[in-house]
Design a protein around this ligand. Structure first.
Ligand code: DAH
Length: 444
């Protein structure tokens, strides 16, 4: 057992015992837990840890220099450009919704049964028995349908209790989507065809037992509507995978089961000699649509995991790297066009060491005419492979003397060992000397 301190309401510090093996909490007394602006009561379900709380608000999917954000942009661009009406994208995007949801949102609204294993305390991070960190982005499907939306993407961080290794992390990112169509849209050229079977009265959906025992379709839907939606869904998703991995990517559809869709499928792609699951999808269960509002549409939905796609696209060997704040990692994805072909180059596990170099330029050069690339080459020439990055940190003109000054940060890192500060200082000095000679500068 390990004792951890958590700061609770009224500045009282309570001690929660975290079981070392599964981190299930056993609060000594009930208290409230603050997340952001809100207070939540805790109870015997509470199993969220301070470490997990520290991942909230990191918003990796929105950070410009994070690979997850690049994949997000590519997928969103694909859906934006594939579906337009009147020149505007059909899909609206929700990428900044709080991950704190109710069990109703995460499970009940999606027809996930009371005894379904995905509800287990061992699988989710509960704040209390009715509140948890969303385990999938599908948790927002019903509320957005209820708000009147018909085509939307939900993007964000999701939380599932898991081990930490090169491919598993308790926090990951998903894009979930819904695309709904009315009869007139789906059967534009076939007004004689319908979405619903004649035996189904869509104005009174609760009087009907919608069966999923037929593997091909829900009993309320016609086969034509289901098949056409299935064809569109599969085409759109294959188009997406091709836009990411190229036309030649091998893929296969696998029949699947999700409580919230029927029929359901998973799409696998062949990657590095193995089949890799990339997404789940299906035709939304009509009960979900009927409960949320629309009674005249059929919809398909899908949920894509971003980590796997990013790891495959950029050859990132370890899922933990997504969370890296190391500039050696982030710089490889910085200022990149979303479609750029990036292959990740491993950064050393040994620590970085950053030294700045500030200097006055000679009267013949200004902060705007000095060629940074020349400086970068010199630094690399003198420093060799231990130079990981050189970046311009500051430009300055002295108000009185009008002298121009530049400051560069040089990041040193050895690939095989920890550099000592003394070693780095020696090389840094050599760079200063070489730059002084080459550019006629005066080190400040
Ligand atoms: N929510 C599922 C998961 O996390 C993925 C998924 C499957 C999402 C089918 C959907 C869907 O929207 O229709 O594994």
């Amino acid at each position: 057992m390990r004792i951890m301190k958590i700061l609770f309401k009224n500045r009282r510090i309570l001690f929660l015992s975290f079981n070392k093996n599964n981190y299930s909490t056993a609060p000594k007394s009930l208290a409230t837990l603050r997340i952001g602006e809100k207070e939540y009561r805790t109870d015997e379900y509470t199993n969220i840890t301070p470490k997990i709380l520290s991942y909230l608000n990191r918003n990796l999917h929105l950070k410009k220099d994070n690979p997850l954000s690049l994949v997000r942009q590519r997928i969103v661009n694909y859906f934006y450009s594939s579906f337009t009406h009147g020149g505007n994208p059909t899909f609206s995007v929700y990428d900044n919704v709080s991950p704190v949801v109710s069990t109703k949102q995460n499970f009940d609204d999606l027809l996930i049964p009371e005894d379904h294993p995905s509800r287990a305390k061992s699988d989710c991070y509960y704040i209390n028995s009715t509140t948890l960190l969303r385990a999938h982005m599908t948790a927002h499907q019903s509320e957005l349908l209820r708000a009147g939306l018909d085509n939307f993407l939900m993007i964000g961080d999701v939380y599932r209790r898991d081990e930490i290794d090169s491919t598993h992390f308790p926090v990951f990112h998903q894009i979930d989507a819904v695309r709904s169509q009315r009869k007139e849209q789906l059967f534009e050229n076939h007004p004689d065809l319908d979405i619903f079977e004649p035996s189904f009265d869509r104005t009174n959906p609760h009087a009907y037992q919608n069966s999923i025992s037929d593997p091909a379709k829900q009993s309320c839907h016609t086969l034509e509507a289901t098949k056409l939606m299935e064809a569109q869904l599969k085409n759109h998703l294959i188009g997406m995978v091709r836009s990411l991995f190229g036309e030649d990517i091998q893929y296969r559809w696998v029949d699947a089961y999700f409580p919230f869709t029927h029929p359901s499928w998973e799409l696998e792609i062949y990657y590095e000699n193995d089949w890799m699951e990339t997404l789940g999808c299906g035709i939304v269960r009509n009960e979900i649509l009927a409960n949320a509002g629309p009674n005249n549409t059929i919809a398909y939905a899908f949920g894509i995991g971003l980590e796997r796609l990013a790891m495959a696209l950029y050859k990132i060997p370890d899922i933990r790297l997504m969370w890296s704040t190391d500039s050696g990692f982030l710089a490889q994805f910085q200022n990149k066009n979303a479609n750029a072909n990036i292959v990740y180059k491993p950064v050393s596990i040994y620590p970085q060491c950053t030294n700045d170099l500030s200097f006055w330029l000679p009267p013949t050069t200004t902060i705007d005419t000095f060629t940074s690339n020349d400086f970068y080459d010199l630094v690399r020439d003198v420093g060799g492979d231990i130079i990981e990055q050189v970046k311009l940190k500051d430009k300055f003109i002295h108000p009185k003397t009008k002298k121009h000054s530049l400051c560069y940060s040089i990041v040193y890192r050895h690939l095989e060992r920890t550099l000592t500060q003394a070693e780095v200082n020696k090389i840094h000095k050599e760079i200063e000397n070489a730059a002084t000679k080459a550019f006629n500068i005066v080190v400040r």
